[in-house]
Design a protein around this ligand. Sequence first.
Ligand code: NAP
Length: 240
Amino acid sequence: MLDLSGKAAIVTGSTRGIGRAIAEALVGAGADVVVAARTAADVERVAAELSARGPGQARGIVADVGRYDDCARLIAGAAEAFGRLDILINNAGVGHFEPVADMAVGDWERVIRTNLDALFYCSHEAIPHLRRAGGGWIINIGSLAGKNAFAGGAAYNASKFGLIGFSEALMQEVRHEGIRVSYIMPGSVATEFGLSRKGHGEEWKIQPEDIAQLVLDLLAMPARTLPSRIEVRPSRPPRG
Ligand SMILES: NC(=O)c1ccc[n+]([C@@H]2O[C@H](COP(=O)([O-])OP(=O)(O)OC[C@H]3O[C@@H](n4cnc5c(N)ncnc54)[C@H](OP(=O)(O)O)[C@@H]3O)[C@@H](O)[C@H]2O)c1
């Protein structure tokens, strides 16, 4: 089994859904993990729940990843708490689905800041720590909406298409330093995010822990190998 003891990780957006499942899996594999999101009560509760399960430790840091200053504080706080940083999971994301003509500027900005700007903010701050650790991983949670555009999806599509370009450029910049960059593109996952868009039965969807399993599988790859893009979809979605 994968042993991440002695490693330190940050998972953004980890109080529920996919992020929480990833944080739980990392703590379960022995890593020390910073749980981060905007809602302080959730951050504290989830960090306490994960620490109680162990064997890794969890700490909570409240941060809005759509703000550069928050990201800088988050990364510095994690490195200080655990003395190092090895793994950054850029997972926090929001959806807003509305035609361009109707969309408020603030909604556009919120999606792009949270889903795209945050990748730069957190990676920019994390890379010096990953270098100091002698290498590491940055795993970005994208979406199949990063390659399949749909009406009403302009903001979300733009952010997730952007995630792919960002991830591939960054991968080429840091690969020779032992820093591996990957991105996972899920289809429908059974979370509150998915519910807000669909609202019907969830049984056919990917479960958050399945995405967490993919993250563990990536982290288990030999240092010579870098699965950089992972598409994952429900095996049996409802027939159209
Ligand atoms: N669910 C799906 O079907 C699906 C499919 C493909 C890709 N994805 C992607 O997977 C990622 C996670 O989605 P999910 O379904 O797990 O979402 P979710 O259940 O809605 O959870 C989102 C998490 O992110 C946090 N968050 C939201 N905005 C934030 C911000 N500005 N700063 C920091 N934390 C923030 C939330 O906590 P607070 O609100 O308290 O901040 C929460 O912990 C997203 O990037 C999403 O685009 C999801």
